[in-house]
Ligand binder design. Structure first.
Ligand code: SF4
Ligand code: SF4
Length: 439
């Protein structure tokens, strides 16, 4: 794609990076076929190619964002299916991240939108506030129908419906110091996941301890910044990234780390991008690149080490839902399924596995109608496999799919922990009963 940025514009490193990305796009439109919003809405401006044109026009003309571009960029899930499909290697992720930051700087959103976004940014990255908000949401659930009738307040209705009816009590961060030790890793505690389902990191640490891997929880580490990053709040996202880089660097330069493990694939995509996000900060660029190189999804790490034979072979039929951040963001497609098969599960791939379930960070709150359509399509495809158990590696997908179906949705690592000697996850029946039912 030809561009016409001025030398003065290209002196801004963010614009220069976007220009490099734009020049790679050859307008072929292959990406439209796998874009969930184009597939759902059928509007070119809700396709990757259409958004690329809108972003080019906005940046090239150096103009503030307007309502039209905000509408179509807000509808983008950042699922990155377009990056998997694109034959020209267009880095849509970095382009849309830049566009979102530009929107945040130059566009004044209507008051209800500003309030809801401000509230999400102030609550979600902080586990204590998030836990308190979930308890309040349980009380406010009866008002969801009322908020639904007031257009700008629909996100509040979506939030109330997504909130679980009960919230597990706060539990200490799990760590492990096995002897003998054959490895040492840090695990990202995260923000929303330990509040919604602390058993995910607990299962990870139990499994790693049995495998002889020490697991540490560095002080000072917190939310990865993905939630605010996707809202265009760059200062907040970079502050979160710097804080985590500091915490992990202290461990790397202390007793050393073989890997930084992440059990929420949405966070994994962001931590693996810290090197890019902080590339212009001389004090952090090298440290952030080292952190990104060490970041691994838990299944990516487990697939890289030697595993004993599993102690239980559950033999259950499991549909594997590959989160967008796992398959498109991190390009991890093989390892979670291979581990599940090795653990004795029968793994089914739902149709249209490349399409997003509609979770996408805060998307299911901010764009509830499109999100609900994508969820219904995802649930239908999963149910068609005949499996009643769904394994996935992202808490957002777990919440989203479970909120629209009666399926049992669990994190992949909980099934692996069970097969390698841990407890059977809640909600999963004794294997024999399920095998009989499946026959
Ligand atoms: S990130 Fe997803 S929703 Fe956004 S343009 Fe790409 S494929 Fe479409
Ligand atoms: S597939 Fe890639 S090159 Fe083709 S239009 Fe989409 S982004 Fe551009």
């Amino acid at each position: 794609m030809q561009t016409s940025f001025t030398p003065a514009q290209l002196a801004d490193p963010h614009v220069a990076e976007s220009e490099r990305i734009l020049r790679k796009c050859v307008h072929c439109g292959f990406c439209t076929a796998t874009c969930p919003t184009y597939v759902t809405l059928g509007n070119e401006l809700d396709s990757p190619r259409g958004r690329i044109y809108l972003i080019k026009d906005m940046l090239e003309n150096g103009r503030p964002a307007d309502r039209e571009i905000v509408t179509h960029i807000d509808r983008c899930l950042s699922c990155l299916a377009c990056m998997t499909t694109c034959p020209s290697g267009v880095n849509y992720m970095h382009l849309v991240d830049h566009a979102r930051a530009h929107i945040e700087e130059t566009y004044r959103r209507p008051l209800p939108d500003r309030l809801i976004r401000g509230m999400l940014a102030a609550i979600l990255p902080h586990p204590g506030r998030f836990r308190a908000a979930l308890k309040l949401a349980a009380l406010g659930r009866p008002f969801a129908g009322l908020f639904d009738r007031i257009g700008p307040l629909k996100p509040l209705a979506a939030m109330l419906r997504l909130a679980p009816r009960t919230v597990p009590p706060a539990r200490p961060r799990p760590t492990a110091s096995p002897t003998p030790r054959r490895g040492r890793v840090a695990i990202l505690a995260g923000c929303a996941q330990p509040v919604l389902d602390p058993s995910i990191n607990e299962a990870t640490v139990r499994l790693l301890a049995r495998l002889g891997i020490e697991v540490v929880a560095p002080k000072g580490e917190g939310c990865c910044g993905a939630l605010v990053h996707h809202m265009g709040r760059e200062d907040d996202a970079l502050a979160a990234a710097r804080r985590n880089v500091d915490a992990w660097t202290a461990e790397i330069e202390g007793d050393g780390l073989d890997a930084i493990l992440i059990t929420t694939s949405g966070c994994g995509t962001t931590v693996k991008d810290y090197g890019f996000m902080l590339r212009l900060d001389p004090a952090y660029a090298a440290k952030a690149a080292r952190v990104s190189a060490l970041a691994k999804d838990v299944t990516e790490y487990l697939a890289s080490i030697e595993l004993p034979e599993p102690s239980v072979r559950p033999g259950l039929v499991v549909a594997y839902h590959s989160a967008c951040s796992m398959q498109h963001g991190q390009k991890i497609t093989r390892q979670p399924k291979e581990l599940l098969v090795r653990a004795g599960f029968v793994v089914k791939d739902p149709r249209e596995g490349h399409l997003c379930c509609g979770s996408a960070g805060t998307y299911n709150i901010l764009q509830p109608e499109i999100s609900a359509k994508l969820r219904a399509r995802k649930v239908k495809n999963i149910e068609a496999t005949g499996a009643t158990i769904v394994a996935t590696g992202n808490i957002g997908c777990i919440t989203q799919i479970a909120s629209g179906s009666d399926l049992t949705v669990v994190h992949t690592v909980r099934l692996l922990d069970w097969a390698w000697g841990g407890p059977r996850p809640d909600g999963i029946p004794e294997p024999a009963a399920v095998l009989e039912a499946a026959e």
